[in-house]
Design a protein. Structure first.
Length: 246
């Protein structure tokens, strides 16, 4: 069944699925809902959550805990999760799904990583601050869909109108070769497109880009991504790979 709007229950389900914390039987049913029912409401929410989780993993050093440390931390996480399950849940509040990003399974993994990577604490705090800003009523959300040869790709722009910036997340977009680049565009309604920067995606097809809106830019009609030669161009020459109307 397709949904017409995002509810608290749908946000909670999407966050559990994106965090990999949904029980296997529920995960299979939810995946069937995304693929067979083609529910764009749930798809868009999962896309945004997965993009946020991808941002946590960018440039983190790999390391392995000692067996004793890992067992101790995992046990602490399990006890913590059990205690949370015994507590009575309070009535849902708007954007309660943010708390579910750190679910029982995800909590254990994150505790180990935090123990091993001191720099990750700053990254988590920074991302938490960004997410707090993104749920502001003054932040506009724009979805971009894959075009042409990249129908599976998707992206989302969080447009912080107060601070005049875009936070741009991409998923399922195959990386380009070294002689090419992806280029993000501010598409004006009356005037030529303005470059918002170039990027390439990670091996898993994800990317994150934060860009300020240029001073004096006109009214925007769309956000777009094209494939261009390495280094980018002043004006788009390639075909659209992602496009979303504003």
């Amino acid at each position: 069944m397709k949904h017409l709007q995002l509810t608290d229950d749908l946000q909670e389900a999407a966050s559990l699925y994106a965090a990999g914390a949904m029980p296997e039987d529920e995960r299979k049913l939810y995946l069937q809902h995304l693929e067979t029912d083609e529910c764009e409401v749930c798809r868009a929410e999962v896309l945004a959550l997965q993009s946020a989780l991808h941002a946590l993993a960018i440039d983190l050093p790999e390391s392995s805990p000692s067996a004793a440390a890992k067992m101790r931390l995992m046990a602490q996480a399990e006890v913590s999760a059990s205690m949370r399950g015994m507590q009575n849940r309070e009535p849902r509040r708007q954007f309660e799904w943010l708390a579910w990003l750190i679910s029982a399974a995800a909590t254990a993994a994150l505790i180990v990583v935090l123990f091993l990577n001191s720099n990750l604490r700053a990254k988590v705090d920074s991302l938490s601050a960004q997410i707090s800003e993104l749920v502001s009523p003054k932040v506009r959300v724009v979805n971009l869909s894959g075009k042409g040869a990249t129908p599976q790709a998707g992206a989302r722009v969080f447009w912080d109108q107060t601070n005049r910036r875009w936070l741009f997340f991409v998923t399922n977009l195959q990386p380009v070769t070294k002689d090419k680049t992806y280029q993000l565009w501010f598409v004006q309604k009356n005037g030529p497109p303005i470059s918002a920067g170039t990027f390439n995606t990670n091996a898993d097809g994800s990317a994150t880009l934060e860009v300020p809106l240029p001073a004096g830019i006109g009214e925007l009609g769309a956000a777009a991504v094209t494939t261009e030669p390495a280094g980018g161009l002043p004006q788009p020459s390639g075909s659209f790979v992602l496009l979303g109307e504003l």
